[in-house]
Design a protein around this ligand. Structure first.
Ligand code: SAH
Length: 212
């Protein structure tokens, strides 16, 4: 099968898994996942499956990236924080939906490699930083939207604090070795409202910064 056919199947898989938001579908069509998968897995970039990346981490399944982006209800004026840059793919999708994207990872190497791809693709509204994302990014807070792409036992308090009133956070919650729940938290004047969206499986949110 040639690349055009693989990409058509890729878009079909997203629709059949419940991705209906046209802006999200357009972003998934525009940003080529092939740039974010390297080495022996490169030929599997258009499969709807998670794949290994450097530092023992994974690039998420495309339909999960799309469904999380859809659940986040991003508008073109939003400032978004992503915790867990990984390959940079989710941040690249968000860059098409939001005004500005900040993305943090605890592995400096992943941040360096993702930044190189962002530059190459001219995605100039993304800032990638090394840090422990469970503390958020106080110097840029508050955020309209926050997305966590590693599983926490509970939504981290500093992230809830850095969400605007009217803001939305999407986060996988649960033990790292079990099936987790994708949760959407909406912050209102009255407090926090929680929706449980779907079962997911993510690598764990780990404390501190790595050497690599
Ligand atoms: N969103 C990524 C996939 C994320 S994999 C993509 O589109 O490819 C989860 C990532 O979370 C890993 O890269 C891991 O290093 C990172 N991570 C785990 N704990 C973290 C923490 N406390 N702060 C920042 N990043 C963290």
């Amino acid at each position: 099968m040639d690349t055009a056919e693989l990409k058509m199947q890729f878009m079909f898989a997203l629709r059949s898994k419940g991705v209906t938001d046209t802006r999200v579908l357009m972003a998934m069509e525009t940003i080529d996942r092939g740039f974010f998968v390297k080495g022996i897995f490169a030929n599997r970039a258009y499969e709807d499956t998670p794949l290994p990346i450097a530092c023992g981490q994974t690039i998420s399944q495309p339909s999960v990236v799309a469904l999380m982006s859809q659940a986040l209800k991003v508008s073109p004026r939003d400032k978004v924080l992503e915790v867990g840059t990984g390959s940079g793919y989710q941040a690249a999708i968000l860059s098409q939906l939001a005004r500005r994207v900040y993305t943090i990872d605890r592995h400096p190497r992943l941040v360096r490699e993702a930044s190189t791809i962002f530059r190459r693709l001219d995605l100039n509204n993304i800032t990638a930083l090394t840090g422990d994302g469970s503390f958020g990014l106080p110097e840029q807070a508050p955020f309209d939207r926050i997305i966590v792409t590693a599983a926490a036992e509970d939504p981290p308090g500093p992230l809830l604090a850095q969400l605007k009133i009217g803001g939305i956070m999407v986060v996988p919650v649960g033990q790292s070795d079990a099936v987790q729940s994708l949760i959407r938290v909406t912050k209102t004047e009255e407090g926090l409202h929680y929706d449980e969206l779907r079962p997911v499986r993510f690598v764990p949110l780990v404390e501190g910064i790595d050497k690599d």
